[in-house]
Write a protein that binds this ligand. Structure first.
Ligand code: IMP
Ligand code: MG
Length: 180
């Protein structure tokens, strides 16, 4: 797919091979850092991180539990007061557990900073963040990210789980959406 049904052109930013190789490296680092953990709880933020979560957990050399959460921010045109809404909560009791949140892409940082605040109230033993993509130039709130797959420029991207109006999640690579 080089063009979306809505007419936008796609330009490859990160290839399938580059993603696979980065995931190998990340999973080594993550596995090392949790060597003393009984059973890590991995939380994938749906829907965008479903592919990344599936690939990453299969590379981890650790006992893991996998759970998912779906959140959305109300867009009331005032991002700083945007409230997080939970559409699907985790089913795991996080109390005293080592928890790793898996995100697809961190942009302004509002979504993740609110997810962190919420999950901290569940009293995990530790709470860390791994994101596949990061747009540092777009950051509006500070988020402490433990593992980043790729820093990318301020472009709208799709693929590898990430969508544009529900299109492109099934691409094997990450592509920039070029609006005509
Ligand atoms: P934040 O709260 O601004 O950090 O927004 C993060 C969320 O916005 C991500 O989890 C995505 O769902 C969405 N998002 C941000 N940038 C992109 C993009 O380039 N493509 C698709 N979704 C994006
Ligand atoms: Mg997301």
């Amino acid at each position: 797919m080089a063009v979306l049904i809505t007419g936008e052109k796609l330009e490859i930013l990160i290839t399938e091979a580059e993603i696979a190789s980065r995931i190998n490296k990340l999973s080594e680092q993550i596995s090392n850092s949790y060597q003393h953990t009984n059973q890590l709880v991995v939380i994938g933020l749906l829907r965008g991180s479903f592919v990344f979560t599936a690939d990453l957990v299969r590379c981890l050399d650790l006992p893991v539990e996998v759970d998912f959460m779906t959140v959305t921010s109300y867009d009331n045109k005032m991002k700083s007061s945007g409230q997080l809404r939970i559409l699907k909560d985790v089913e795991t009791d996080l109390n005293d557990r080592d928890v790793l949140i898996i995100e697809d892409i961190i942009d302004t940082g509002y979504t993740l900073s609110q997810v962190i605040c919420l999950l901290e109230t569940r009293k995990p033993k530790s709470l860390k963040i791994c994101t596949l993509l990061n747009k540092p130039s777009r950051r509006e709130v500070d988020v402490d990210i433990d593992w980043v797959g790729f820093d990318i420029p301020d472009e709208f991207v799709i693929g590898y789980g990430i969508d544009y109006a529900q299109q492109g999640r099934n691409l094997q690579h990450i592509a920039i959406v070029k609006t005509p």
